[in-house]
Design a protein around this ligand. Sequence first.
Ligand SMILES: *[C@@H]1O[C@H](CO)[C@@H](O)[C@H](O)[C@H]1NC(C)=O
Ligand SMILES: *[C@@H]1O[C@H](CO)[C@@H](O)[C@H](O)[C@H]1NC(C)=O
Ligand SMILES: *[C@@H]1O[C@H](CO)[C@@H](O)[C@H](O)[C@H]1NC(C)=O
Ligand SMILES: *[C@@H]1O[C@H](CO)[C@@H](O)[C@H](O)[C@H]1NC(C)=O
Ligand SMILES: *[C@@H]1O[C@H](CO)[C@@H](O)[C@H](O)[C@H]1NC(C)=O
Ligand SMILES: [Zn+2]
Ligand SMILES: [Zn+2]
Length: 799
Amino acid sequence: VWSLSVWLTLRVSVRLMQTQSSRKSRAVRDTLRHVKVKESRRQGELHGPSTVYVQVLGAGSRDNGASLYVFSEYNRYCKMFFFVCVLFVSRIKIARLDNIFLTRMSWETAGGLSGMILTLKDTGVPQCVLSGPPQLCINNTKITLIDCLFLFLSAAVRPYTEPQYKDDTMTVSQVPLFCDGNDLKHIRVTHFSSHIMIINVSFHLLRPYGAQNHIFCLMFPQLHSKKGNFMALKAKEMGLPVGTAAIGPIIEALKAGKTVTHEGKEIRPEELCTPADPGPVFLVVDCPSEDFIQPLCTNHVLQRYQTGGSEDSTALVVHMTPESVLDTDEYKSWMERFPSSTEHLVMNEQTFTPHNTRSHKLQTQLNLIHPEIFPPLKLYKTKEPPASLRVPNVRAECLMKFQLRPKLEWQRDAIPSCDSEEFVKEAAEVPKFLVEVEECRKFQAAKFPEIVFLGTGSSLPMKIRNVSGTLVNISSSQSLLLDCGEGTFGQLCRHYGDDVDEILSRLSTIFVSHLHADHHTGLIHLLLERERALNSLGKAFSPVYLIAPVQIMTWLNQYHDHCQQILSQINIIPSKFLCDGAEVPKVKTKSLIQAALKKNDLVKFQTCYVRHCKNAFACSLTHQSGWQLVFSGDTMPCDAVVNMGKNATLLIHEATLEDGMEEEACEKRHSTTSQAIGIGMKMNAEFIVLNHFSQRYAKIPLFSDDFNGKVGISFDHMRIRFGDFPMLPRLIRPLKALFAEEIEEMEERRERREMKKTAEPPSNGESGTSRQPDEMSKGAKREQDDLNQETAIKRLKTN
Ligand SMILES: *[C@@H]1O[C@H](CO)[C@@H](O)[C@H](O)[C@H]1NC(C)=O
Ligand SMILES: *[C@@H]1O[C@H](CO)[C@@H](O)[C@H](O)[C@H]1NC(C)=O
Ligand SMILES: *[C@@H]1O[C@H](CO)[C@@H](O)[C@H](O)[C@H]1NC(C)=O
Ligand SMILES: *[C@@H]1O[C@H](CO)[C@@H](O)[C@H](O)[C@H]1NC(C)=O
Ligand SMILES: *[C@@H]1O[C@H](CO)[C@@H](O)[C@H](O)[C@H]1NC(C)=O
Ligand SMILES: [Zn+2]
Ligand SMILES: [Zn+2]
């Protein structure tokens, strides 16, 4: 099965689809061709696709908000639509994504677009249409899109004068329901023409405009009706000229529902055609708060879909609606007005199924090695009681499907099973694993500080490793975050479950090393969730100290100006002012630095420039009690880090690539495993933990001879205390046993690579793989990582 929620680049997904479905392979191989063919398909040939389903991508949980995906197969060609609430979801087979519908504009609903569009861009999807509320469009013809990295671009907007979006598969109508942010009592219901934007491949995050007005829209797609089939055999029996040219017009007329006269005999369409299948309608309702109940429930456009008349009867209503809204009498009665044949799907925080079984499986197995270093993952459970609905309804689970064609039905076979016992059993059967686990038991550790690795991969988030984020638990009341890549909040949610609010409320300081997307794009989401946490715990609000390259303010200012208030959430301390010997020009900054130190019980917070991109920093924290923690961020081996971290207690250093790939590492300005260890040894650090592994080492990096008693590797959700240092190198043997197969494969690849290298003289850099230092210098870049496709595919298949 190709799992939908795999975080993969398009190239990989395309390859994957090829291997999985030879039937579709020709269509899939060439996306451009698919688009061309689609365009050249003659109009009027509309019989409607034979398979269409709606699938839940994000069930609406706090860490994986609601998002829905519509699949339609038109002949051999796939088409996809995406009703987005939150896009922190998977990079599903994005090659085929041609439409994205947003129900409203907010970080919650559109924040995931930045990552999504970076991926689309990486993978060269020719175009993708975004539809949604009016804020999507500025001045009707032009929209400014920003990405997270300050690249401003304009995209052409195609104004959509019809109130509907229509294509080969379906028609989507949008009904906006307004609710003025300033005066919630003043509610207007207005129709508007939706706008469609064609996104040029190189564009980035759209700029939500004027999102202070709460506007959301409903979408009700209706599949085109499918005409009945002509019963040729019966026609022949009736003496019609089947098999000759004369039959063509007769079939056409009959299918169109007309009565024809053949040789004086009247033939009614019902006699020779199976009944037509009217296109089922489904509604996507995003009703975020009680303010919208009235405009929703009194909307007359919708009433037509509630009557149960044959043509427009609604097959499915998707409620992206919180329990508090569902539980109102008005909403309940509105639900009851749909015919009893209508299915209701509810997507909100009242959902408890994990969406990433691979990560649960890994953590369950690692937990066998050490229950404290690898604590079990948790689920955030909302405190809202479930609404008592009066109509039958279905709660969303990840990857659940509702098929619209050929037959209306729920399909649960894609829902992944998450059976811990099975995972444990599987690991227990791995040769030597349990023996090695026994060997490394029996170590006790001191308490503080505690480090929780939230993301230990580089470049783009994947199922096993997410991108940079490390929580440092300084005391029982203070925590600090080192980098905040996309998905950091989700990781906290899965690590702490119901305690996530408590954790967020203790977070006072965030360090962002540099402005590559894998290190900072999770920040806005995290800040918004922190605010929510402080509110719900009834704690006083205070901004976080944000220690980051000052250029991050361009991004935050943009978001603040055009989307929603965010600046009050932070106090910026530019990283450059914490370098050794730096002059701090402003009194305000000076006092912020003092306050941040005091808050975290630190005597020193130092930064230094590193050798990566422009304005990339490492940092070092020295605690009152004497320990010193150094974090490299992304960098090639760098002496400034060594000098800053002399005799440090712990060095967390990036080790993006394996040994033997020094050239590539240098080109991308990253370190290899042994280079990272070398820095730690030069520094005389007491202990070294490696992170930021290329996603080609999703499960485990390759070990080198330089590994010694002072070196450990990190995993997402790994939690260590300083007392665990002696334990960490001991974990390596059971880890090697558990991942023996992967390690063997990687070693084989290394050998092949080395043989190739000796066979070919080194190239001059002009040919072969594309380089991107130029683009990199513009900063608008997800860090590139040419993931090894074969392995990725293999992994997917085996899992
Ligand atoms: C709309 O266009 C006018 C004139 O071109 C421009 O001055 C204005 O800033 C635009 N509005 C927005 C929101 O971009
Ligand atoms: C893409 O951008 C170019 C340059 O801005 C523009 O000429 C072209 O029309 C755009 N294409 C689409 C499909 O918007
Ligand atoms: C990485 O983040 C994504 C999106 O939040 C999530 O689906 C996935 O489970 C995460 N991976 C791990 C290892 O937790
Ligand atoms: C930090 O550690 C203390 C003691 O182990 C624990 O009570 C607290 O919840 C931890 N905080 C975080 C943010 O992990
Ligand atoms: C580091 O430790 C060594 C020996 O343990 C000592 O000689 C040296 O002065 C220390 N360096 C610093 C900068 O503290
Ligand atoms: Zn990085
Ligand atoms: Zn980087």
